[in-house]
Design a protein around this ligand. Structure first.
Ligand SMILES: *Cc1c(COP(=O)(O)O)cnc(C)c1O
Length: 381
């Protein structure tokens, strides 16, 4: 997958001229940079980027250009990527479970911030990471809703365990902090409020003053036509709750959005390979490709259909069953997809807001998954 050197006006222009056979991702750097600036301006603390959501070099470089100075990494590969692209950046190694080799890699690459959610993993960090100038954030979880997908199922200590871990972190001479993740595509500001209040409870119980409170990612991107997420109201709740809950002892706030920084910067264009007997739509991309997370977190309904000549289909929308290109029967998009009635074989379906958890999860299963990327000034078709 290469980054096209030409900048196109919009995806329509590219489709009309190339009529690509494989899926194309259209990247709008202006949108990526605007998302970064919206966070930097609005969020009451430090904004870092969760690299896993889209580790594309064009994405990282544009965020760095727009002023993002910290990155949440989960693996040695991501650490190396950030050290290469943004050498001075702060790296937060926020995968709470690491092998000894991974810990050694991070130490040798000057990583000064780690998260942890268990006594056994904390013991490994204490034994192998120099405490001097190094932060360990205890990650905790709560049974709160609001997100499209629950992250607490895998990571996070209970609040009670977090109290004990926080004490151990401080006793071992590390800078103590707390972190949580409310779950991805979280549209309910109340989720952050509940977490921040619990963080204050953990701090009081432990009797340990924390340096920073990382309120995670989970900020939503614009997936549904009718719902434009109000990030500012979430920022507002976070700032206000932290003031109330911590008062004069308020820690520095940090956030680590992935989806909300990269999602809207990309539009996916997938071609209709066939409309089988006038009924089911077969696309050249599916759940083994860029549409991998749809079964877990629900469809993006911001879609439009273009003819190969670049004309928008305007027919009344009707529900269709849609399949991806592989021969696996689970390669089906969830539910039924609303598409204009006048779609034809060879048309292109544009999904807007497809920058997160898409390029990274794309596979070459069954020989599909060849991707192309093109840079555009605007995503407006
Ligand atoms: C995945 C992840 C994020 C980013 O989550 P989004 O929902 O994409 O914002 C942030 N922090 C941690 C620890 C993560 O694992």
């Amino acid at each position: 997958m290469g980054l096209s050197r030409t900048i196109w006006n919009n995806p329509t222009e590219f489709i009309r001229l190339h009529q690509p056979e494989n899926p194309v991702l259209f990247f709008a750097p202006t949108v990526a940079q605007a998302a970064a600036r919206r966070f930097i301006t609005g969020f009451p603390g430090l904004v870092t980027y969760a690299v896993k959501s889209n580790p594309g070099e064009e994405m990282i470089s544009n965020l760095a250009t727009a002023g993002i100075t910290g990155f949440d990494c989960a693996s040695p590969f991501e650490i190396d990527l950030i050290r290469r692209l943004v050498p001075e950046a702060a790296i937060h190694y926020h995968n709470p479970v690491r092998s000894l080799a991974e810990i050694a890699h991070a130490v040798s690459h000057e990583v000064k911030s780690y998260s942890v959610d268990s006594a056994s993993e904390l013991a490994k960090l204490i034994a192998h990471v120099p405490a001097e100038g190094c932060e360990i954030s205890v990650r905790f979880k709560l049974p709160v809703g609001g997100a499209a997908y629950n992250f607490g199922a895998k990571f996070g200590a209970t609040a009670e365990l977090a109290v004990e871990l926080l004490k151990t972190v401080a006793e071992a001479g590390f800078t103590p902090s707390l972190t949580f993740h409310p779950g991805t595509q979280c549209t309910d500001p109340a989720a952050w409020e509940t977490y921040i209040r619990k963080a204050a409870w953990i701090v009081a119980e432990a009797g340990v003053r924390i340096s920073r409170l990382n309120v995670g990612g989970g900020f939503p991107n614009h997936r549904l036509e009718a719902v434009v997420p109000e990030l500012e109201s979430i920022f507002d709740v976070i700032g206000r709750t932290a003031d109330e809950a911590f008062g004069a002892d308020k820690p520095v706030l940090v956030c680590e959005p992935g989806r909300a920084l990269c999602g809207d910067a990309f539009t996916l264009m997938a071609r209709i390979k066939a409309i089988r007997d006038g009924e089911h739509v077969f696309l050249n991309d599916g759940i083994y490709g860029m549409l991998n997370e749809m079964p877990q977190i629900g469809m993006i309904d911001r879609l439009q259909v273009l003819s190969p000549a670049g004309e928008l289909r305007h027919g009344e929308v009707q529900p269709r069953i849609a399949f991806g290109p592989t021969c696996d029967s689970v390669d089906r998009l969830p539910g039924e997809i609303l598409m204009p009635a006048d779609i034809e074989e060879g048309d292109y379906v544009a999904w807007h807001g497809m920058g997160s958890y898409s390029v990274v999860t794309n596979s070459r299963f069954n020989g599909f998954g060849e991707l192309q990327m093109a840079t555009v000034l605007t995503q407006k078709l």
